[in-house]
Design a protein around this ligand. Structure first.
Ligand code: FAD
Ligand code: MLT
Ligand code: ZN
Length: 535
């Protein structure tokens, strides 16, 4: 496992770490950025008070490492503003001093985008956690960027609504982080992407694009830096849809301070089934049947392979696969058919509807059909909320189980469904042939949002190893490019994939991205080294 480089270490240590390609293409510190001085800390304390400025090395440690403990930065200061105006003051100052900045939400990102690489200033949204308004006729929510997704879901749940996105990191991730990564999650199939459900944003830009004024709104725009796109309108065709630029920008263009989002009515009827499939062809056949037979109520179709199921059950307390019941154990759910042996693949199929009887009948008919067709060898339908949660935990627990096992190389790709698992099989064969098979403690596993054509290909290994990485990359990216897929379906590019962007974007598209970045952030202080390839 890679050694932890202590926060507060001088940056040359980081440079030597990056020189060995352990996790990403090495990147040198940009010398145009200033180094933090005492006067900078004094300024920040003047804006936020001492409690909003963190400089103690131990307290800084969580800001300097990601959820996977894979990427480590060396920031000397983390800032916790409470208001948009404070963010504007901080960015104005950082820009004038050429201090590089990393916006940080819940720090659950999986591509090294949320942590500094060198000594960037971290601006955390953790203290920006207020709900601004909720309209229970339209279901529109306006919230500060640092609200935790699960807290928002619980709050709108009390008013009969649900957040339009859900993901395993919901207990920690922030809505601003979700928007900045354009997180997909578990129900994109039904509720769509954030490009559709985000109605408005408030963003603080690093540079004023014009002289500050109050035109068109009641609040001053802090010297032309506060971009107020915070509307709750469903329809607004007034030229370029600028908010879309910030959805998925991963903090490279500005800092999102507030989000307006369309919530969905909370469904009174939820059905969750876990199915065992004998082959990947059977998985795709079952997906097609789910679309055709469950149509308007279908809310999620996920898959995991046998290794993922075993990992989740082994690594996580209380997690079990109800289709692989322990000897002598009663079937945990209402409908259990078939054998109890491990199956090559499992699928989670969920419906959200308004009529329990109707939805249950549809789900049972679907299950009967796919079993009769031989696509599903075994299935269980949750008979209670607790059983539904347990089935979800098996799927949602996979990233945590992998993280507990050891080092993980994570890939998050969009591919045509038909070839999706070929990539897992091909990589597994390639690694085994090179001596990185199960004997070496290496496992290649696949799971993900099959209903959205999104595969999570993960390689679990005892430790990070350059020889192993060289076998995986660029092989994985070349496979994706050959099939006109995407090297990032939902996790983003961050630091991990910046150099690989050309596998999914043309030179012209990357040039346009660069020019947009140059206009909005001419000094490049916003989340440097991330998203755009260097040079
Ligand atoms: P962070 O990790 O803090 O930041 C992510 C990026 O956004 C960084 O580049 C950061 O600089 C930027 N950023 C954060 N806040 C702001 C802001 N206010 N303004 C501008 N930039 C900002 N992702 C999915 O898409 N689907 C999943 O199903 C999914 N499941 C996950 C399950 C687990 C267990 C974990 C650990 C992660 C998962 N993720 C998933 C990855 C991750 O993208 C999401 O957790 C989430 O969207 C990140 O939100 P965050 O607040 O943690 O952002
Ligand atoms: C998931 O779908 O579980 C997340 O995207 C996290 C991961 O890929 O590990
Ligand atoms: Zn995912």
């Amino acid at each position: 496992m890679m050694a932890l480089v202590r926060a507060g270490s001088a940056w040359p240590i980081a440079a030597s770490r990056c020189a060995s390609r352990l996790l990403h293409v090495p990147v040198e510190r940009d010398p145009s950025f200033a180094q933090l001085l005492d006067k900078d800390v004094s300024f920040f304390e003047g804006v936020l008070g001492r409690s909003g400025v963190i400089t103690d090395p131990d307290a800084l440690e969580p800001f300097n490492r990601d959820w996977q403990k894979k990427y480590f930065g060396h920031s000397k200061v983390a800032l916790r503003p409470k208001t948009t105006e404070q963010v504007a003051e901080l960015l104005s100052y950082c820009s004038s001093r050429r201090l590089a900045v990393v916006p940080q939400g819940g720090n659950t990102g999986l591509v090294g985008g949320s942590v500094p690489l060198y000594d960037e200033v971290v601006i955390s949204t953790a203290a920006m956690n207020q709900i601004i308004e909720f309209d229970d006729v339209s279901g529109t929510l306006v919230a500060q960027a640092g609200c935790v997704l699960q807290a928002l879901d619980e709050a709108v749940g009390q008013r009969g609504y649900m957040m339009p996105l859900d993901l395993g990191a919901k207990g920690s991730c922030h809505i601003g982080g979700n928007v900045s990564t354009n997180a997909g999650g578990l129900r994109l199939l039904r509720y769509g992407s954030l490009h559709g459900s985000v109605l408005g944003l408030q963003v603080v830009l690093p540079e004023p694009l014009m002289a500050g004024n109050t035109a068109g709104g009641s609040s001053p725009d802090a010297g032309g830096r506060i971009l107020d796109l915070l509307r709750t309108l469903r329809k607004d065709n007034t030229g370029y849809d600028l908010k879309q630029l910030f959805i998925g920008a991963e903090g490279t263009l500005g800092l999102i301070t507030a989000v307006a989002i369309q919530c969905a009515p909370r469904p009174p009827s939820v059905q969750v089934a876990l199915l065992a499939c004998p082959s990947f062809q059977a998985v795709t056949d079952t997906l097609r049947a789910a679309r055709q037979r469950l149509g308007e109520v279908l809310s999620a179709v996920e898959f995991l392979d046998a290794s993922c199921s075993v990992l989740a059950c082994e690594q996580l307390e209380g997690v079990r696969n109800p289709l692989v019941a322990a000897e002598g154990e009663q079937g945990a759910a209402a409908v259990t058919h078939g054998s109890e042996a491990l199956s090559p693949f499992y699928m989670l199929v969920e419906t959200h509807g308004s009529n329990q009887e109707h939805d249950l009948q549809k789900m049972e008919q679907f299950l009967e059909a796919v079993m009769a067709e031989g696509c599903v060898s075994d299935g269980t339908l949750a008979a209670s909320e607790a059983q539904a949660r347990a089935i979800w935990r098996l799927r949602e627990g996979v990233p945590e189980a992998l993280a507990r096992k050891g080092a993980v190389y994570k890939y998050d790709v969009s591919l045509p469904t038909g070839v999706m698992y070929d990539m897992v099989t091909a990589l597994r064969g390639r690694l085994e042939a090179a001596g990185f098979g199960s004997g070496a403690g290496v496992q290649v596993v696949g799971y993900g949002h099959i209903g959205d054509g999104n595969l999570h290909l993960n390689v679990s290994a005892p430790r990070y190893d350059t020889a192993l990485l060289d076998l995986i990359e660029p092989y994985v990216y070349e496979f994706v490019a050959r099939h006109r897929g995407s090297i990032s379906a939902e996790h983003g590019i961050g630091l991990m994939k910046a150099a690989a962007l050309p596998y999914s974007k043309s030179a012209l598209a990357i040039e346009l991205m660069r020019r947009i970045k140059g206009v909005v952030d001419p000094h490049g202080i916003m989340n440097p080294y991330k998203v755009l390839p260097r040079g």
